[in-house]
Design a protein around this ligand. Structure first.
Ligand code: PTT
Ligand code: SF4
Length: 610
């Protein structure tokens, strides 16, 4: 079979055992790769109810048929596991040379099982796999560790690794690569830490098997040309995702003071133009000709790679209007391996809790020195940092009061950087994202701003699902970066042609949508199996703050979400997906998607509607 190797590398750290497992062609066609493959493995192999930080959890590193193949932005990987933050399905997407090296080494995915007693790292060179002591690396930050590993194994290896936050089981620790690429928001770095696995280092020397090499090159060259000729290309190369700060403030969706407001008085001091003035270089993922990692010199005269989410969450959301200082907090997050989105939420939540006297510690908005201390305390779980390392949902359960209303998460995963007081479709996108609140599956906000903010229509629900199918389905399974498509208008057709050239399989857009729906239903089944009778449609709700506390500033002053109308949208969402009023896929839906086995298993935990 072309396009895939059909091979998973399994490494059991409890038993020090390495094996290679074949994946059936039928599974690959049904789930494609990346998130699809990861969800399938986790569904098939995890016992429900396991502790995500126990050896029973599995860490999945999954490529797709486009990963590593020449073509726009194909240097991406999905990392997945049962999440220690949400106790549900968790994944993330990381751009790294490790993706290309994995495929060149002859695998579509790696499954890490069990846990080592002592710190180790894994070195993979094609068929040779070594588990090596990492005693000398444990405790070191991600930048230093990657430098050391590259000195030992060569500059061209791909490295996925964790910092002290992953080692110390911070529930929102991520996997880091190349000093600034980060993936696995729902604590996938902590899962890696629980296995005492510091790093995976990969070198591959094989040729990735494709069905039609000439066609791959032809389609890729056309796509690269289209990207370069896109009208927005030059500005993208100047600001990348950082242009969104100005857009968000203008449209009153820039998270400010723990999502109380959508505008920030000092937004100009942290926007894309301020970033341009500080920029020293640009970095990015392999195979990309529109690299978007903008690197600046931070307040401590070190390098820091900025993206919109990082700056909004560690800037306006904590009241910090100084880009150099924001960059320092961001750099620390990368060095320690902490997700910036959850971090910005946690710091803001702690500040509000201090203001409302629900915690003793004195924390003030915009207090850079205090925030810097707290980031370190979180990474090493010192003092208050130990509680803050648990994420907003668990902190709120501990400090009580009405803090659950402004603990800005869905299913335990913190909200990314778009305020939804006046954006019901975006709120629905957060609430129904398959990993908890994240914009990656349906960034519907830009469209919603154009069609009108205050309506709760079926058209909006359909748009959320369409985007989830494309972004969460197609891009996360192929695995490719979605930014050429969403930012520069590269047509989806290119990805379909590239898939055909790589695999020899011709799929229509509807075929891809069916795969996407299958993956969504499977992931939803995973959540329901974990939560059992505790599962309810309330889990698909955004935080109470957006319903109950109107914006007090800006052009949309007074705006808030309407609970009843939101609930109607949620019912439409379920109806279109073929899920029942609890948000559980109907038996007939699972069967129609070729998931009869999933229906049979799920029925052991909850009653399924027909
Ligand atoms: C992603 C999330 C995002 S989404 C950002 S900025 W963004 C934050 N980046 C972090 C970071 O950096 N350091 C850190 N310590 N934590 C961070 N947490 C946040 O993580 C990223 C790009 C971006 S930048 C985006 S939108 C797109 N995301 C894609 C996606 O999800 N899928 C896909 N097929 N293509 C994508 N392309 C773009 O990739 P998560 P990366 Mg990321 C410093 O990881 O868990 O998915 O969360 O991977 O290689 O850094 O690329 O304005
Ligand atoms: Fe990576 Fe940015 Fe290029 Fe996407 S556009 S592949 S995130 S560098």
């Amino acid at each position: 079979m072309k396009g895939w190797w059909g091979k998973v590398l399994r490494i059991n750290l409890s038993e020090n055992k390495v094996s290679v497992q074949k994946i059936e062609a039928e599974t690959l066609v049904k789930f494609i790769g990346g998130r699809g493959l990861a969800a399938k493995i986790l569904w098939d192999e995890l016992k429900p109810g396991i502790d995500p930080l126990s050896p029973e959890n599995k860490l999945i590193i999954a490529a797709g048929p486009l990963t590593g193949v020449v073509g726009p932005s194909t240097g991406k990987l999905v990392v997945a596991a049962k999440s220690p933050l949400t106790n549900g399905y968790g994944d993330g997407n990381i751009g790294t040379n490790a993706s290309v090296q994995l495929r060149k080494a002859g695998y579509d995915a790696i499954v890490v099982e069990g846990a080592s007693k002592k710190p180790v790292y894994i070195y993979i060179e094609d068929d040779k796999v070594d588990i090596i002591s990492a005693e000398g690396l444990w405790g070191r930050d991600t930048f230093e560790t990657e430098r050391l590993l590259k000195e030992v194994h060569g500059k061209d290896v791909g490295v996925l690794l964790i910092g002290p936050a992953g080692e110390n089981l911070v529930r929102y620790a991520t996997i880091i690569s190349q000093e600034g690429r980060s993936g696995g928001r729902p604590g996938i770095g902590a899962v890696m830490g629980s296995k005492k696995l510091k790093a995976i280092v990969i070198r591959g020397t094989k040729e990735i098997p494709v069905a039609d090499k000439n066609e791959v090159v032809k389609v890729a060259s056309e796509a690269y040309r289209e990207i370069k000729n896109a009208p927005a290309y030059n500005f993208w190369m100047r600001q990348g995702t950082m242009a969104t700060i100005e857009w968000s403030n203008t449209n009153s969706v820039l998270p400010t003071f723990n999502f109380r407001e959508g505008v920030f008085d000092f937004y100009r001091l942290i926007d894309g133009y301020s970033m341009e003035a500080m920029k020293v270089t640009q970095r990015g993922c392999p195979n990309c000709n529109m690299i978007c990692g903008n690197v600046v010199i931070d307040y401590e005269k070190e390098l820091s790679e900025l993206d919109y989410e990082n700056v909004a969450m560690l800037g306006s959301n904590i009241g910090l209007g100084h880009l150099g200082k924001v960059a320092t907090l961001n750099k620390l997050a990368d060095k320690y391996g902490i997700d910036t989105i959850s971090l910005g939420n946690v710091l803001a939540f702690a500040t509000e809790a201090s203001e409302k006297k629900l915690i003793d510690e004195k924390i003030e908005w915009g207090d850079f020195k205090k925030y810097k201390e707290l980031v370190e305390d979180i990474a090493f779980r010192r003092g208050l940092g130990d509680l803050l390392a648990e994420g907003t949902k668990r902190i709120s359960e501990k400090i009580k009061g009405d803090s659950w209303k402004w603990a800005m998460n869905v299913k335990g995963l913190e909200i990314s950087a778009y305020d939804c007081h006046a954006a019901p479709a975006m709120a629905l996108a957060y609430a129904t994202s398959p990993i908890g609140a994240h914009h990656k599956d349906a960034w519907v906000i830009a469209w919603e701003v154009k069609v009108g903010r205050t309506t709760y229509t079926k058209e909006k629900v359909e748009k959320v699902i369409e985007l989830q199918r494309i972004r969460g389905g197609i891009f996360e399974t192929l695995v490719a970066c979605r930014l050429p498509w969403i930012e520069l208008g590269l047509k989806l057709e290119y990805y379909m042609r590239l898939f055909k050239a790589a695999t020899g399989i011709d799929m229509t857009l509807n075929d891809y949508y069916k795969v996407a729906d299958r993956v969504y239903a499977l992931i939803r089944a995973f959540w329901v199996r974990e939560y059992g009778e505790k599962w309810s449609r309330e889990m698909d709700y955004p935080p109470a703050r957006w319903f109950e506390e109107p914006l007090t500033k800006g052009p949309l002053k007074g705006a808030h979400l309407d609970r009843e109308k939101y609930d109607t949208m949620l019912s439409w969402y379920y109806e279109i997906r073929g899920w029942d009023e609890r948000g559980i896929p109907r038996k007939s839906t699972l069967e129609e998607l070729g998931l009869s086995d999933v229906a049979r298993e799920l029925e052991k935990y909850v009653e399924l509607s027909k």
